[in-house]
Design a protein around this ligand. Structure first.
Ligand code: CP
Length: 309
């Protein structure tokens, strides 16, 4: 039996390097299959989604991914149009969705929400973002993008810049990178440093330095992973205004980077990468979003087929 069959995806911490590499191999396979071959992988399967927070890429890429492998999707993208408004609990909403679908994708404001849902649901649950905690399928797509674009992950110098306190993609990515031999530079305003309750665990597997100055690292990096300052997660807007616009990657910054370096961003972007960078060969963030559809199709194919595909 394929080891991913009927398994939840709650945290990237649950994956070994070997398992991540298997997912990357399956993603490559998905990308090479013809459209008609792909359609057989999850024929007739239904993906159910519940999004308690806004999303463009994650929800649409899951929609697009399941359609590309022959399945269909249904769900709630705007919780205000659901019976949550009448007071229905998350537990009952998850239970309902697990009746109507073969796999459930959940985004929720609370840390621990996906773990909780997986205990209620009879069907596998995929964490599509749980509070400030994790976004594991984003990390899988980020690691896949680095591997595709740089041909390897081991040996790279990777800068992660922006909101390292509230950005859940950062935590999943750091835990994922812990499987590789990489040199990580964390760059953020002092008030948005990585949360101290997470550093102990991350440090067990990953070497990283912390700094406030992007300029001190920019010429050495192979990968620059830019993140948005997460305005919606600040308890106080005054605090947000103090750090808004702290880092802006523009063409002037790009000139200081290695010619073959790549710029990634989980998106959405506000102003932290100027749009004139988009057309440069280093800008890989839209490609990264496209890989997200393929990595998610591979994950769905593995979870929903006993013998893989
Ligand atoms: N990267 C990401 O999670 O984007 P969305 O919030 O648009 O889903």
């Amino acid at each position: 039996m394929n080891e991913f069959y009927q398994k939840d995806i709650i945290s990237i911490k649950d994956y070994t390097k070997e398992q991540l590499e298997k997912i990357f191999t399956s993603t490559d396979k998905i990308m090479q299959l013809s459209s008609s071959q792909r359609q057989e992988i999850c024929k007739g399967k239904t993906l159910g989604y519940l999004f308690y927070e806004p999303s463009t890429r994650t929800r649409l890429s899951f929609d697009s991914a399941i359609a590309s492998i022959g399945g269909n999707s249904l769900g709630i993208s705007n919780i205000s149009s659901s019976s949550t408004q009448k007071g229905e609990s998350l537990a009952d909403t998850v239970k309902m969705m697990s009746i109507y679908s073969d796999i459930l994708v959940l985004r929720h404001t609370l840390d621990g929400s996906s773990r909780f849902a997986s205990e209620i649901s009879d069907k596998p649950v995929i964490n599509a973002g749980s509070g400030t905690e994790e976004h594991p399928t984003q990390a899988i797509q980020d690691l896949f993008t680095i591997k595709k674009e740089k041909k390897q992950i081991d040996g790279l110098k990777i800068g992660i810049v922006g909101d390292l306190k509230y950005g859940r993609t950062v935590y999943s990515l750091l835990h994922g990178l812990g499987n590789y031999d990489v040199d990580v530079r964390l760059i953020s305003p002092e008030s948005l440093r990585i949360r101290s309750d997470s550093t102990y665990e991350i440090k067990k597997n990953l070497d990283f330095t912390e700094s406030t100055e992007l300029e001190d690292h920019i010429d050495e990096l192979d990968v620059l992973y830019v993140t948005r300052i997460q305005k919606e997660r600040f308890p106080d807007e005054e605090e947000y205004l103090k750090v808004k616009g702290s880092y802006v990657v523009g063409l002037d910054m790009l000139k200081k980077m290695k010619d073959d370096s790549i710029i990634l961003h989980p998106l959405p972007r506000i102003d932290e990468i100027s749009t004139d960078v988009d057309k440069t060969k280093n800008a890989k963030y839209f490609q990264q979003a496209e890989y997200g559809k393929h990595t998610r199709a591979a994950l769905l194919g593995l979870i929903l087929n006993e013998n893989g595909f």
